[in-house]
Design a protein around this ligand. Structure first.
Ligand SMILES: [Mg+2]
Length: 371
């Protein structure tokens, strides 16, 4: 095994990927600006009487079982003293911009995932004698010094391991998985830590007696393909530490959506209408994580039990619940069959070009804030 990894490091350049993730980002910004909130169970989210959900909460709140995407009303039942603050996205975007600037001082190869999270490819960085550990430490120090925000950083030879590493000793984490240790690290990893393994897949793996990557690795690929379709190959690769996804700099998010495949088909339109509310709630949460970007359209996706799919969309500048129901109505009438999957989403307004923003920055324009 050791021999194989030595060989690969000779033939292929081993990548160095960092994943940086702010700890409880929105909550951390609010605590920074109001230190009296320190140590108090705190959540950022919508208010309970408007069926809001929690976007972020701090660790004292997590001790009560509060977590993101939870309805605020439920969070308050779990933790009656919970302080709920409504989000100030302008402020979070500004802090995010400052942190992204630090990332870009290290490398131009930055892929933001949301306001508080990014991948960095530092393979070619020669500063810090090329040490990913040193770079990670520098990012943490600079972020804290310039913004007052704590970030956790993971370093590894690929994206999925870097992301696991940043989470490994959060909060205020710095965890490095060097190439020679990936083999042993992955072997003991629970499968539910793998990228793309949600609760349903984890349960299915568990039922097959597969709990760790060690269990997964001894499965014949054929069996995984049989059980999980195309994702079986992905599972096989991840269990062997293979993840060739590049850090994608030009990634531009064009839409945000959530969807659910139901265990049992929804037989009638009425059931579909009922199923929309939790989806819309999740969509609100996902948009909040992306800093509530400007919306151009909203859409509904329906997949019937014969696997025919249809999408119905309409122009919108914000989320209008009644409109999702109208869209569902017309999409459903295209098939009038039991439904196996429902999705709701929004298409976003195109973002201004970042390079142009950079130019304006140089000209010291009074405001480069996005509209
Ligand atoms: Mg975070």
């Amino acid at each position: 095994m050791a021999r194989a990894s030595t060989e690969s490091s000779v033939s292929d350049p081993v990548r160095k990927i960092l994943h940086a993730d702010c700890d409880c980002f929105y909550a951390a910004v609010e605590i920074r600006d109001d230190p009296s909130l320190q140590g108090v169970p705190l959540a950022i989210g919508g208010s309970a009487d408007r069926r809001g959900v929690i976007a972020t909460c701090n660790y004292p709140a997590r001790k009560f079982g509060v977590h993101s995407a939870m309805p605020t009303a439920r969070a308050l039942r779990l933790c009656p003293q919970l302080k709920v603050i409504s989000p100030d996205f302008d402020k979070y975007r500004e802090v995010s911009r400052q942190i992204q600037t630090i990332f870009h001082e290290l490398t131009p190869l930055v892929e933001p995932l949301s306001l508080d999270e990014a991948y960095l490819d530092v393979t070619q960085v020669s500063r810090f004698q090329g040490s990913a550990t040193w770079m990670a430490r520098w990012l943490k120090e600079e972020a804290l010094a310039r913004t007052g925000i704590v970030i956790s950083v993971g370093a590894a030879p690929n994206k999925f391991l870097a992301k696991i590493a940043s989470d490994w000793d959060k909060p205020d984490g710095l965890f490095v998985i060097p190439p020679e240790r990936t083999e042993s690290f992955i072997t003991d990893l629970p499968v539910k830590k793998l990228h793309g393994v949600g609760p349903a897949t984890a349960a299915k793996l568990d039922a097959l007696g597969i709990a760790s990557c060690r269990d997964l690795r001894i499965q014949p690929l054929d069996r995984l393909l049989d059980q999980f379709g195309k994702f079986g190959r992905r599972l096989h690769e991840l269990a062997h530490g293979i993840d060739d996804r590049p850090v994608n700099v030009s990634r531009e998010r064009k839409s945000v959506s959530v969807e659910t495949t139901y265990d049992h088909d929804l037989p009638h339109l009425a059931g579909c209408h009922q199923a929309l509310a939790p989806l819309i709630e999740k969509l609100h949460d996902r948009l909040a994580r992306h800093g509530d970007p400007a919306i151009a359209k909203q859409f509904v996706k329906v997949r019937f039990n014969d696997f025919a799919s249809t999408t119905q969309e309409t122009g919108a500048t914000g989320i209008i619940h009644a409109r999702f129901h109208e869209l569902l109505e017309s999409a459903w009438h295209r098939g009038e069959r039991p439904v196996r999957l429902l999705g709701v989403g929004v298409r976003l307004m195109p973002e201004p070009d970042h390079h142009q923003l950079g130019l304006f920055d140089d000209l010291d324009a009074p405001s480069t804030r996005l509209p």
